[in-house]
Design a protein around this ligand. Structure first.
Ligand SMILES: *[C@@H]1O[C@H](CO)[C@@H](O)[C@H](O)[C@H]1NC(C)=O
Ligand SMILES: *[C@@H]1O[C@H](CO)[C@@H](O)[C@H](O)[C@H]1NC(C)=O
Length: 246
């Protein structure tokens, strides 16, 4: 479904979360303030042309090469004729019901404001979670529009971890709704605790682990009580989940 519905999306979305299907997108802003979905700020890797998204107007952006060997193109064929770099609003229109995790890839106030406006315009607050590993960006997102759920920044992930091990976590308020654990990471083994996952999910926080591509990793995450995992291989994960729940 994912590849067929929109060929270009397979070039831009590094992973799909399954539990419920969720797209994970990286956003940038063009010179004429259009929000586009692109993994990198610089387009050399994806289009062959060494330019930055922020230096061009939307209509000036080069098309995707759609050839292989880029990590985020692994799971797809990119045979579609339409290999323009997509606007965020086009993704919203193509996937009106699908939850989307938006990574704000640059610390840019206009980008944050425009994404917020689009989310409002398409009434997707309940289908969106946004943020970045940087706590400064997450803070700006929250200030811009507190109706959109935010991700834990890396700093907050570490804080939560410290609170968990000192036993203080139950006493600390948490306003984030999505706890996403980056993989691979040295801290992952510390973080993958059933007691921690249980505590967070009991407080209504969704716990995602990414990016996992092996069955034994999927199993470990779900055994611990993860809400979902992000993967570059959605079909493999779907097959795993069918067996897991059966
Ligand atoms: C793209 O932006 C980066 C960071 O601002 C800068 O260092 C680089 O020179 C820019 N590249 C081009 C081709 O303008
Ligand atoms: C977070 O933002 C920084 C720029 O401030 C960027 O370099 C980084 O890739 C972003 N991280 C994620 C996970 O989006």
């Amino acid at each position: 479904m994912f590849n067929v519905a929109m060929p270009f999306l397979c070039c831009v979305s590094s992973a799909v979360t399954i539990g419920t299907d969720m797209l994970e997108l990286d956003c940038h802003i063009t010179k004429d303030e259009q929000v586009v979905v692109s993994h990198d700020a610089n387009l050399k890797r994806s289009t062959g042309i060494n330019v930055n998204v922020s230096d061009l107007k939307y209509c000036e952006l080069p098309p995707y090469l759609c050839k292989l060997d880029v990590p985020f193109q692994r799971a797809c064929k990119c045979e579609g004729k339409d290999n323009r770099i997509p606007l965020l609003k086009e993704v919203f229109e193509a996937f009106p019901e699908t939850p989307i995790n938006i990574d704000i890839k640059v610390n840019n106030n206009v980008l944050i404001k425009k994404v917020s406006e689009l989310v409002k315009q398409y009434k997707r607050e309940h289908l969106t979670v946004w943020g970045n590993a940087s706590s400064e960006i997450v803070e700006k997102c929250y200030k811009e529009n507190s109706d959109i759920p935010i991700l834990f920044s890396l700093q907050r992930v570490l804080l939560i971890l410290g609170l968990f091990f000192t036993g203080l976590l139950p006493f600390v308020p948490i306003r984030e709704q999505f706890f996403e654990i980056p993989m691979p990471s040295i801290i992952l083994n510390l973080l993958m605790r059933k007691a921690l996952f249980d505590h967070l999910t009991a407080r209504g926080i969704q716990v995602y682990v990414w990016v996992l591509n092996e069955e034994h990793e999927y199993k470990r995450a779900f055994d611990l009580g993860a809400t979902g995992v992000m993967t570059d291989y959605p079909t493999k994960l779907k097959d795993f989940l069918n067996n897991f729940s059966a």
